[in-house]
Design a protein around this ligand. Structure first.
Ligand code: FAD
Ligand code: SIN
Length: 527
């Protein structure tokens, strides 16, 4: 029941796969992923990947746009690093065969999205994530140094706690030795022992009722690392994408890419007014936090269920050619985007915070790196600039490989970690206990911890979540371990972190807006 590897990579999105491909030059890599290998947020990415590729754009403009979107609390050193490394790391993807769209003159067809002052988004139509994920998967499958474990769910990371040592959050010397991983086919828990462990588990959208994220996005990495006493930050900054298709009950919510607004589509309220200019002089292309809040406000003022995104004035052949994914999906739902306005609502899309890492992607737990959406690098600050996520993942994967391979030889596999203890657990007979609690968590988060927050709502959410926490911990201890109970537990953990960090922030900034503290603090008063 034990497996040994140099690099244990948890997750098979862009972060995990790009790390695995580069790390395989230096040692044996095991990728564990809880579903099929392509089950990831990455696969759903539409708009593209941001980088400076041609004039009149330059690094300073991309840096400036990222800092503005982040509302003053990005780490500027990190922003500079990512923006300057981005073109080289995208060249790596191109070298692997990712087919970014080109114009007839052979240069890249660069798009624009909210908050960007230049055209700098490389894309493959509006199926960029699929193109990246497929290319990376074909490469990892060819690599003899990489083993892929699909349907393997990481339950918890291994630290000195598993050797019987008390580990405290204040302990600066926590080490990671691998992870306990559930093989969902035989229901056995394997002890994966590794020299280096990489958390690349993606986002957490399913802590809310409606999200653009697929069902794998349950915040597992953040919860595992938090329980192991690692440092988590900025969880209050939950990004709502302004334009998901209004299609009640559909999971995940279908994204209407921001690139469509970059192409000329305009937001209108139900009265047909181009309302965005009342909120921001960048109109429909203002940064996401501003657009999402404006839509939320319009819907509340008028009591409407959605607003409209209008592309009917745009060239219809161009629309079909650039946005085949959006065009086809909407057509299946009875909306011809070349003739009909699209009903849209904001919905949960991205987690700006996560496991705190340094510029090598190292967490405060030694031998544990965190990459991609699960991490908090300092790039996004209080609000992520569109298409800056995929690029962050590839830049940090590269840094993490460069850093960890130098350490590899000096690290030993920790054999003293015991195997998983099944004692005292029985089969869970009532799935309803899990499914009902999951719905309650999602309802609490959507109703009380949404786009607009208040002390009253956050307190109410915390009290209710506490009840679910106690019930679920109790259930977890009695039950045979399963993916569903672990995911519920993880969602409750991340819900708690979002609420707690939102309560601690006594100001409105970026994605966090509180009616009790409507102003931004000056930095000297920020805790
Ligand atoms: P993911 O791609 O989500 O991969 C996480 C992996 O971890 C998955 O394989 C999952 O199964 C696995 N996993 C999770 N928990 C466990 C566990 N406990 N055990 C084992 N495996 C586990 N960003 C952009 O920059 N540009 C865009 O155009 C863009 N469009 C987007 C459109 C949509 C609809 C969505 C949802 C997101 C979009 N984003 C975009 C955001 C971006 O796609 C993600 O932030 C990024 O893909 C995250 O990559 P990742 O590798 O960190 O995580
Ligand atoms: C989009 O295509 O609008 C999503 C881009 C992103 O999330 O960065």
């Amino acid at each position: 029941m034990r497996k040994r590897t140099d690099f244990l990579v948890i997750g098979s999105g862009i972060a995990g796969l790009t790390f695995a491909l580069k790390a395989a030059r230096f040692g044996k890599v095991s990728i564990v992923t809880k579903g099929a290998i392509d089950d990831s947020n990455t696969r759903y990415a539409q708009g593209g990947i941001a980088a400076v590729f041609s004039e009149p754009d330059n690094f300073e403009k991309h840096i400036h746009d990222t800092l503005i979107a982040g509302d003053g609390i990005c780490n500027e050193e990190v922003v500079r690093l990512v923006v300057q490394e981005a073109p080289a790391r995208i060249e790596d993807l191109i070298g692997l065969g990712v087919p970014f769209d080109k114009k007839q003159d052979g240069t890249y067809d660069l798009a624009k999205e909210g908050g960007h002052t230049e055209y700098r988004i490389l894309h493959a139509k509006d199926r960029t994530g699929e193109a990246i994920e497929e290319t990376l998967i074909s490469k990892v499958k060819e690599d003899p140094n990489i083993d892929i474990y699909e349907n393997h769910f990481a339950i918890e990371i291994l630290t000195q706690h598993h050797l019987g040592v008390e580990v405290k959050r204040s302990n600066p010397h926590i080490k990671c030795f691998g992870a306990y991983v559930l093989d969902q086919k035989d229901q056995k828990v394997y002890t994966f022992l590794s020299r280096i462990t990489v958390m690349a588990t993606g986002g957490l959208g399913n802590v809310y009722q409606t999200t653009t994220n697929p069902e794998i996005a349950t915040g597992d990495g953040v919860a595992m690392v938090y329980r192991a006493k690692g440092t988590i930050e900025n969880m209050e900054f939950i990004q709502f994408h302004p334009t998901s298709l209004y299609d009640p009950g559909k999971k995940p919510s279908f994204l209407i890419t921001e690139a469509l607004r970059g192409y000329g589509a305009i937001l209108k309220n139900m009265a047909g007014e181009k309302f965005m200019n009342r909120y921001d002089n960048r109109g429909s292309l203002a940064p996401r936090d501003i657009v999402a809040r404006a839509i939320d406000n319009e819907m509340k003022i008028w009591g409407d269920d959605h607003v409209w995104l209008d592309c009917t004035h745009l060239d219809s052949a161009g629309l079909r050619d650039h946005f085949p994914n959006v065009y086809e999906h909407c057509l299946q739902r009875g909306i011809d985007i070349t003739k009909d306005m699209i009903p849209v609502v904001p919905c949960v899309h991205y987690s700006c915070g996560g496991i705190k890492v340094d510029t090598n992607g190292q967490s405060n737990i030694d031998r544990l790196y965190a990459l991609g959406e699960v991490s908090s690098t300092g790039l996004h600050g209080a609000n992520r600039l569109a298409s800056n996520s995929l690029v962050e993942a590839i830049v940090y994967s590269h840094m993490a490989v460069m850093h960890s391979e130098k350490r590899l030889k000096g690290l030993v596999i920790e054999e003293k970690v015991p195997d998983w203890d099944y004692k005292g657990t029985t089969h869970l007979e009532e799935m309803v206990l899990i499914t009902q609690s999951l719905k309650e968590v999602q309802m609490i988060m959507s109703n009380y911890v949404g786009i607009v927050r208040s002390d009253l709502r956050l307190n109410r959410a915390m009290v209710r979540l506490e009840i679910l926490y106690k019930e679920t911990e109790n259930l977890y201890k009695r039950s045979l371990v399963s993916r569903k109970i672990c995911e519920l537990r993880n969602l409750i953990n991340v819900g708690y972190l979002i609420i707690k960090m939102a309560m601690n922030r006594k100001e409105s900034i970026g994605l966090h807006y509180s009616i009790d503290y409507p102003k931004k603090s000056t930095s000297e008063f920020r805790s």
